[in-house]
Design a binder for this molecule. Sequence first.
Ligand code: NDP
Length: 246
Amino acid sequence: MQQRRSALVTGGSRGIGRAVAVRLARAGYDVGFCSRSAGEESLETARLIGEAGARAHHVVCDVTDTEAVRTFVDETEEKLGPAYAVVNSAGVLRDRPLALMAADDWRAVVGTSLDGTFNVSRAVVRGLITRRTGALVNVSSVIGVYGNAGQTNYAAAKGGLNGLTRALAKEVAPYGVRVNAVAPGFIETEMLDGMTAKAREAALGRIAMGRFGSAESVAELVSFLVSDAADYITGQVVQVDGGIAL
Ligand code: NDP
């Protein structure tokens, strides 16, 4: 990488977002990240970014809150410089069969993934277009491609994210800005804590590689997609899933 760049990562306090933040720090990016909560988790992410030799900036921000997102972007760009890489990783689960799903379960999941990505993308996209450079990566899911019983909200959110990714990629490609999505399969993070032993076993049976993935494997792909090595890749949804549907 020729010069120091900065990156924004939503949901960077733990899990995949943290792994992405740390991986980008190792690639030479200063990293601003957000989460709804402050505390030990975000301090640990900031510590790991610092350990990688980069500057870190954490902002408490709920990505569904348009104003808070504006502040996250403005404050981070003021501290770390204009964003080059933007990674939308914030996401939540509220699994229920549709017949039993409360409207709040729907709104929480769709709001975080879709509204959140819209809010962040809108806050950064003019700057990227003006500077004629940059790359966004949205953290989607294989569920957005294949669907899954009990996850209509999550499948709709992630399927929508894949559509957003392709449409925005077309809009901004003429300005030298790239937009891609990564679609992880089952990744060992706190998000899977609620899975029963039976559900884990069933999931493992569907994965060709016979194991769940790590947040670091997803981060590696994100790091590649924002890098200059991927300068002709845009509008793609790239699965990182151990061969879940082979
Ligand atoms: P975690 O639950 O480990 O981390 C989620 C992160 O998002 C936390 O930092 C959390 O912090 C933050 N977050 C949640 N809601 C918001 C919000 N409204 N505003 C800002 N930050 C928020 O999940 P993962 O790391 O596993 O998931 C990351 C992404 O990867 C998600 O989009 C998820 O859908 C996707 N994914 C995960 C898979 C897996 O198997 N783990 C598989 C496929 C996709 P806080 O709670 O403090 O806000």
